[in-house]
Structures are given as C-alpha cells and as structure tokens.
Design a protein around this ligand. Sequence first.
Ligand code: PRP
Ligand code: URA
Length: 206
Amino acid sequence: MVTEIFNPILKDRLTQMRRKDTPSNFFRQAVEDIATFMIYEVAKNFKVKEIEIETPITKCKAQILDEDFVIVTILRAGLGMVSGALKVLPDAAVGFIGLVRDETTHKPIEYYKKLPPNISSKKVIVVDPMLATGGSSSAALQMLKNDGAKDIIFICIISAPEGIKKISEDHPEIPIYTAAIDDHLNENAYIVPGLGDAGDRIFDTL
Ligand code: PRP
Ligand code: URA
C-alpha cells in the first residue's frame, strides 16, 4: 500500500532537490527537511499511551509515544535522511544497511549491515530517498524480516511505479510513504523526471 504525502512545504523542498543547479549543501538540507516533514506526517498513525505526570501546577494525565523506534537507513543516500528523522524521533536507535546497485544489472549488492538488537519488538522505519526498480529497498526489507522485524514501514522521497509494484508484490504488508510518484524509469533505471543520483548529489561525488 502506497501513500503519497501532500504538503506544500514538502513539495517546495522537493522542487529544490529536483533542480539540476541546486548545489550539494542545499540539496542535503532539503533531504534532511523532507525526512523530518515525512516522519512527522506518518507519525499521525503512531500509538500513544496515557500516563500521569506532574506539571509545576498539578498532577494531570498526558500522552507519550507507545512504541520503540528504529530508523534503518540504506547507505549511502539514506544517510541524508537520518538527522531529519531523529529530529522527530530523538530516542530512536539507528541501523545501517549498505547496498549499492550494480551499474549494468541494476541489482543491489550488499556490503554492510549493522542493526540494533531486539528489532522484533520495535517499529522499524526504513529510509531511502529513491525507490527506482525497488531492488535495493526490497532486499533491505527482506534482511530486516530475516532479522525478526515485524512492524516495518518504508519512507522514500521519490518513487517510480516500477519500484512501488515490486515492493507491493515482495512485501505486501509493508506500507510505503512517498513524497512523489514519478513517471517511469529510463534505460539506466534512473527515475524520470527524478533528481539524478541522490547519493552523488548529497555527498557531492558527481
Ligand atoms: C540509490 C538509492 C537507492 C537505490 C534505488 O542507491 O539510494 O538505494 O539507488 O534504486 P533501486 O530501487 O533500483 O534499487 P545507489 O545504489 O545509487 O547507492 P548510493 O546511495 O551509495 O549512491
Ligand atoms: N538511484 C538514484 O539515486 N536515482 C535514481 O533515479 C535511481 C536510483
């Protein structure tokens, strides 16, 4: 199930990301901001519980988040979203999955994995700016399931219909949240219109 998040500020930052002349520092800031806005929007569905607290005036009932969170980033480009996600969920643990697409086959190659313990009892939020063929995110989601994760959501900034189809087929129970659904993939499996290579634009390695 895919949900496109509509928010004017989100769309404005996304336009900043898409422009080819946007330099890395502004691109990076937009990625961080969008991660913050998206998690804030998605959090409308998070569970809360009621507790009793004491203000300087009196005792009262109040609400706190009723879940433990893990942010899992798909390296490299997903790293740009971590600081923005942690602004909304500062107590979250952070996990890393290193995947890179082979330039000819476009299939993901795993090169790193470091996840927090006990992810089976936590809400796992996977972040990656780009969902293109869906190969990388599908592999990451499978790695998390293999490690016992049961409650997973996937947040990507730009998605292609091909990637949405793949995740929906491979992991039908995992909700996808995106800021934009683009038109198609080109012959190099880049998203059209997209924004180019997210990792290169974040880290200025073009
Ligand atoms: C990008 C992006 C995704 C992947 C999406 O990473 O961050 O992880 O491509 O493409 P897919 O849906 O077709 O798998 P890339 O492999 O370019 O690595 P990088 O982040 O290190 O640049
Ligand atoms: N990875 C990117 O960074 N951009 C795309 O358009 C596709 C995959």
